[in-house]
Design a binder for this molecule. Structure first.
Ligand SMILES: [Zn+2]
Length: 323
């Protein structure tokens, strides 16, 4: 699916523009790709690295393409090293490495994923090199939220903004829509990278079903225990549980307001409709406000089990108070 995926992105206008710029020798050395879908960004950045090094229009089979796809190309370096955010040490390494000549290809490429999640200090360290990169060195930066990228970085880069993927691509990638694919597509709101991530996630359906059951099956404080236990079991995925719960709350609000036609989680519509009389508009809005609070608390490492207990109890409380 991965190759197929890259082949389809190849046809998009922004890739065709980059190809043209390469042919005209006008390719910018510092490029910033902005897309809400970070999983998509990672795939895209790798594709652009191939675009720069491949001599036959991103063929997929030459040595440069194969090595990049396998993640073993000696001249294509991917950051952050710890997979989550760029550290100052990463930035220092990038600056140093960029002055070392390429070994295999004729250019060197630095892929920097999620630049927007790094600190100001790590970003600052890159300013000079982005402005005056050594010859034949390219920087490919990916960001979800442009506001979290320093304006000074933004102004030094060629910016390419990408929206959610078009229907044609989605349809050709997922011709057979099974339940899991449909669910993944609706939770990812049409973003391809995320969809792929969800489909590959073993317990994705379990997570979604659980999130929905919190709204549709949990009725009283006496029943909280098994739910908070389950939530604890899924603690590594709690942010996804919360995300789906947030989507379900939005959908429920649409149903309560008589706009069933706008519901995103189509497959749960029936279940949500059954409980619409249990929630007032106000309750749904107040419950949504509880979600970011869980996030904050988890960050401070307070006991997760207790946080989940409190969350579920508050949800029920709000539901009854705002009846
Ligand atoms: Zn190639």
């Amino acid at each position: 699916m991965y190759m197929e995926f890259q082949d389809l992105i190849k046809r998009e206008d922004y890739i065709q523009n980059l190809l043209k710029e390469k042919k005209d020798g006008k390719l910018s050395s510092s490029n910033l790709f902005i897309c809400k879908d970070d999983a998509f960004n990672e795939i895209l950045l790798q594709l652009v690295a191939r675009l720069i090094l491949c001599k036959n229009d991103i063929c997929g089979t030459c040595e440069n393409c194969s090595k990049i796809i396998a993640g073993t190309h000696p001249d294509v370096k991917t950051y952050p090293k710890n997979q989550t955010k760029l550290l100052v040490a990463d930035s220092n390494e990038i600056v140093q490495e960029s002055y070392v000549k390429p070994i295999y290809a004729d250019s060197k490429i630095f892929i920097i994923n999620n630049i927007d999640s790094s600190t100001e200090e790590s970003q600052n360290k890159l300013l000079k090199i982005l402005e005056e990169p050594p010859k034949n060195v390219y920087f490919l930066l990916g960001a979800k939220v442009i506001d979290n990228v320093l304006p000074t970085i933004r102004s030094r880069c060629n910016k390419i903004e990408i929206g959610s993927n078009n229907k044609e691509i989605i349809n050709s990638i997922f011709p057979n829509r099974d339940l899991k694919t449909n669910l993944a597509l609706s939770v990812s709101e049409g973003y391809l990278g995320k969809t792929k991530q969800f489909i590959e996630k073993k317990n994705f359906e379990e997570i979604c079903n659980f999130a929905i059951s919190v709204l549709t099956e949990l009725k009283s404080s006496k029943e909280v225990l098994p739910y908070s236990k389950k939530m604890y079991e899924l603690r590594n995925d709690y942010s996804l549980v919360m995300f789906v719960l947030g989507l379900a709350l939005e959908d429920l609000l649409k149903i309560v307001c008589g706009r069933e036609d706008l519901v995103k989680l189509e497959m749960f519509k029936e279940k949500l409709e059954k409980v619409k009389d249990e929630y007032s508009e106000r309750a749904l809005i107040e419950i949504s406000k509880l979600i970011p609070k869980v996030d904050e608390k988890i960050k401070f490492n307070v006991q997760p089990q207790m946080i989940f207990d409190n969350f579920l109890l508050s949800l029920l409380e709000v539901k009854f108070i705002c009846k």
